[in-house]
Design a binder for this molecule. Structure first.
Ligand code: LIP
Length: 255
């Protein structure tokens, strides 16, 4: 397995530059693209993604890219950069400081590096395989809570334009989960939520939306795994992150 430290250092430097740009754009935001009825990209999303991809390409011109906006590129490389310039755009657009720049690297399909940076709070989460997971200078480990009835859960909910079958499944899962745990929260940034699972702030992540894309979770999955946790997908498409025992309890409730 190669060493990913140099890739990680590049990702950290670029995430900081991207974060600076996100704050600079905050006073001159415009909706640049309306994707589906409730899905937007701002001028900042586009500019930040362009910056990240351009700078990574300078160092790794042969790598693949999987990005939220318009820079995906398959060059049949073993390496794929997964980039969400701003995860939580709807929060960002409304000046709610719960959003992040998210950069992940996959090697042969496995997430080996994850950086999640919220420039509004200066929380910088980073990890690469074998290097530990950190929030700023603090080393991270997922929560050791394994009783579901005491667990503080992040639940990812779908956008409101999705198919009714998705609501039916989500409602059925919520009806089982809510009375079984301590408390449920949803913040509007899956990447940031997974970073908070890596830090132990949330005991587990439960994605009931069935609609998150790779760039919504790849960096967070790397962080959770490097913080001694597990990130995985259940057969029906629900995605979970947290410690192994708690995830087992959640899986039992949901299946
Ligand atoms: C969001 C996703 C995010 C998820 C939110 C929402 P936005 O879209 O990117 O990962 O947690 O619920 O769907 O706000 O970035 O357009």
């Amino acid at each position: 397995m190669p060493n990913f430290k140099a890739h990680y250092e590049l990702a950290c430097q670029l995430a900081r530059e991207a974060g600076k740009l996100a704050l600079q754009y905050w006073d001159k935001l415009e909706v640049a693209v309306t994707k589906e009825a409730q899905d937007i990209a701002t001028n900042a999303d586009l500019a930040i993604e362009d910056l990240l991809v351009k700078e990574i390409k300078k160092v790794y011109p042969e790598h693949n890219f999987l990005t939220e906006e318009h820079n995906s590129l398959d060059q049949k490389s073993d390496y794929t950069w997964v980039v969400d310039p701003i995860d939580g755009t709807k929060n960002y657009f409304r000046k709610i400081p719960i959003f992040c720049v998210a950069i992940a690297l996959r090697y042969h399909g496995e997430e080996v590096l994850g950086v999640v940076f919220n420039p509004a709070t200066n929380e910088f989460f980073g990890s690469y395989q074998g290097g530990g997971a950190y929030l700023n200078e603090q080393k991270l480990e997922v929560s050791s809570e394994n009783s579901l009835d005491k667990a503080f859960l992040y639940v990812e909910l779908p956008n409101s334009t999705k198919a009714p079958e998705i609501y039916a499944k989500m409602n059925a899962s919520l009806q089982k989960l809510q009375p079984s745990c301590y408390k449920i929260r949803s913040l509007g940034s899956a990447e940031l939520a997974l970073a908070y699972v890596a830090s132990g702030a949330f005991d587990a992540y439960v994605d009931l939306s069935l609609t998150t894309k790779d760039w919504d979770w790849a960096a967070g999955a790397a962080l959770v795994r490097e913080a001694e946790g597990v990130y995985r997908e259940l057969a029906g498409g629900i995605r979970l992150g947290g410690n192994k025992k708690l995830l087992q309890a959640i899986e039992e409730i949901l299946t």
